[in-house]
Design a protein around this ligand. Structure first.
Ligand SMILES: NC(=O)c1ccc[n+]([C@@H]2O[C@H](COP(=O)([O-])OP(=O)(O)OC[C@H]3O[C@@H](n4cnc5c(N)ncnc54)[C@H](OP(=O)(O)O)[C@@H]3O)[C@@H](O)[C@H]2O)c1
Length: 276
């Protein structure tokens, strides 16, 4: 049995779909979210309630489970203990490329390092997936694309956007016992692109003219403060400022999957309805 936490999340849902596509029976998959009644899972996948901030909720969800896809940030000691006690053999953690930065000003990286360590120390195999920016982050621009103007701090900053289906395919390779199991791969899409390039790709996909307008850091902080604690905006600005006009290293999935990662243009095509 495989437990997929974050089953409503972009990567979690893509992992369930990819497991089914590779022939794993639906009855061998359990999908978890905080509210099991809100999970819209494929037929036969068992819904289960798990709140990752309360490791006790993992105990019933882990009954009979050999492998877990874990969506966790911050201290995972309780989760690692629960997995150990349940006899879980393998945990695939959705971590982040930022965990490799070791930069005290990047709280996002620190939270992911805190999540990785207890799993590495536990008596189980841990696969740490370390993706960079998700292509799906650009869904935040959907209203701007529809309005014809996207406002961004550092519009010429580069990232290497990765399709959630490629992260899922790597997770499934690990769950299937491939060579990536037990490793900590840094993952990216196949190209370094500026935010402006990504807006242009989405605009071309939906056949619209979309202007990109720079946004002052303070204005960005003010807007983000409506949705997230201040350190999130600070950490992101800290990552984007040095990448302004600077292509970022590519860590494509080819060595793991034997094929290149999906392009950002493919991602935009797959999600065109969100912007149209
Ligand atoms: N966005 C990026 O560029 C990026 C890059 C690298 C790494 N990451 C990491 O990838 C992970 C997912 O990021 P995302 O923002 O894209 O997520 P997302 O796909 O929007 O999904 C969030 C998921 O987390 C679940 N969740 C949230 N709090 C939970 C809790 N207390 N207990 C159980 N489940 C909980 C939600 O499930 P319910 O609502 O159903 O409970 C939901 O399925 C994060 O750890 C993030 O740091 C993101």
């Amino acid at each position: 049995m495989i437990l997929v936490t974050g089953a409503r999340g972009r990567v979690g849902r893509a992992v369930i779909d990819a497991l089914l596509a590779t022939g794993v029976p639906a009855g061998d998959i359990r999908g978890a979210g905080r509210d099991a009644s809100r999970l819209d899972l494929p037929p036969g996948v068992e819904p289960v309630a798990v709140d990752l901030t309360d490791p006790a909720t993992l105990v019933p969800a882990l009954d009979g489970v050999e492998q877990v896809l874990l969506y966790a940030q911050g201290d995972t000691s309780g989760l690692a203990d629960a997995a150990d006690a349940a006899g879980v053999e393998h945990v695939v953690l959705l971590s982040s490329m930022s965990s490799t930065h070791h930069d005290p000003a990047d709280r996002i990286g620190e939270m992911h390092r805190e999540a990785e360590k207890p799993l590495v120390d536990a008596d189980l195999t841990a696969t740490l997936l370390r993706p960079g920016a998700f292509a799906a982050n650009t869904l935040d621009w959907a209203a701007g694309v529809r309005a014809g103007v996207v406002e961004l701090p550092y519009p010429d900053s580069h990232v290497t956007p990765i399709h959630e289906a490629d992260i899922a395919d790597v997770a499934v390779a690990a769950l299937a016992g491939g060579a990536v199991r037990g490793t900590a791969p840094t993952l990216s899409g196949p190209a370094s692109l500026s935010f402006r390039d990504q807006v242009a790709t989405i605009a071309a996909e939906v056949g619209r003219d979309v202007e990109v307008v720079g946004l002052a850091e303070d204005e960005y902080r003010e807007r983000m403060s409506r949705y997230a604690p201040a350190w999130v905006a600070d950490s992101l600005l800290h990552l984007w400022a040095p990448a302004d006009g600077v292509p970022q290293p590519v860590h494509d999935v080819t060595p793991i999957l034997g094929r290149p990662g999906r392009t950002f243009a493919q991602w935009a095509h797959d999600h065109r309805d969100a912007f149209a």
